[in-house]
Design a protein. Structure first.
Length: 250
């Protein structure tokens, strides 16, 4: 039950017919796993904490570097050299001390992901490597947990939600079959990225997670890409691949 302070903090959510008190209470009771505390993970973490998602876990093995501060807004200059998950969790707690926040300071193995995914209501993939994305996807499919995926490079971003509970929903491997890209995706370190782009994509990831957890609206389907130079979105309906090695037998 929310006290007066909580009712005031979340009043702008509660005013929305699609959320109301029941939806906000679902957010407070929810558990979300954020994998990656960099450019995408920063806005995701801050918005989910601000929205009142009650139990948040954020995982990242990297440390904050000066070049990160151009876009990774969960970290400050004083955080250089600190673990990103710890730094981000401090920012989340400063924004909303009512959230229960756990920082995981190491890279999650496939076995850990398989165990962890089943304990959460939603998982947000904020990583930048194919190997991590595939492992997260496999864990979420096996656990039957919705996965909100984002990516950003240069001026281009993409957003997708993969929900094993939806028989029409594809999984990440339907879009990008394993073995067709290796782990050689271009990185921000190699190719650059415009600072606000990760905020745009991360904010949309957070929005989809909030809708999933609160029950508001209709969850995103298919794949959406964003062209930051033109400010335009394109949406693609992507069917589930019945021959997919991950979700095909679902």
């Amino acid at each position: 039950m929310m006290d007066d302070q909580a009712l005031l903090r979340y009043s702008r959510h509660i005013m929305l017919d699609e959320v109301d008190i029941d939806g906000q209470q679902r957010l407070l009771d929810a558990r979300a796993l954020i994998v990656g505390a960099g450019g995408l993970g920063s806005p995701v973490a801050l918005y989910l904490a601000a929205a009142g998602v009650g139990h948040l876990t954020i995982a990242d093995a990297d440390t904050v570097e000066l070049s990160n501060l151009q876009r990774q807004i969960a970290h400050q200059n004083a955080d250089i050299g600190r673990n990103k998950a710890v730094s981000a969790s401090d920012s989340m707690a400063a924004l909303n001390p009512q959230c229960e926040i756990t920082a995981i300071e190491h890279h999650l193995s496939e076995a850990e992901l398989a165990t962890l995914a089943a304990t959460f209501d939603v998982v947000l993939d904020c990583t930048d490597r194919f190997s991590s994305r595939y492992a997260i996807n496999v864990a979420c499919q096996a656990a039957g947990v919705a996965l909100v995926s984002g990516a950003a490079i240069r001026f281009s971003g993409q957003l997708a939600v993969f929900d094993p509970r939806d028989v029409k929903s594809p999984c990440y491997a339907c879009l990008y079959p394993p073995g067709e890209g290796g782990d050689e995706a271009p990185s921000c370190a190699d190719s650059g990225v415009i600072a606000p782009l990760v905020g745009v994509i991360g904010a949309f990831q957070a929005l989809e997670a909030v809708k999933l957890l609160s029950g508001a609206g209709q969850v995103h389907r298919g794949l959406s890409t964003f062209d930051g130079l033109r400010g335009t979105w394109r949406h693609f309906q992507v069917p589930r691949d019945p021959a997919c090695p991950v979700c095909g037998p679902r």
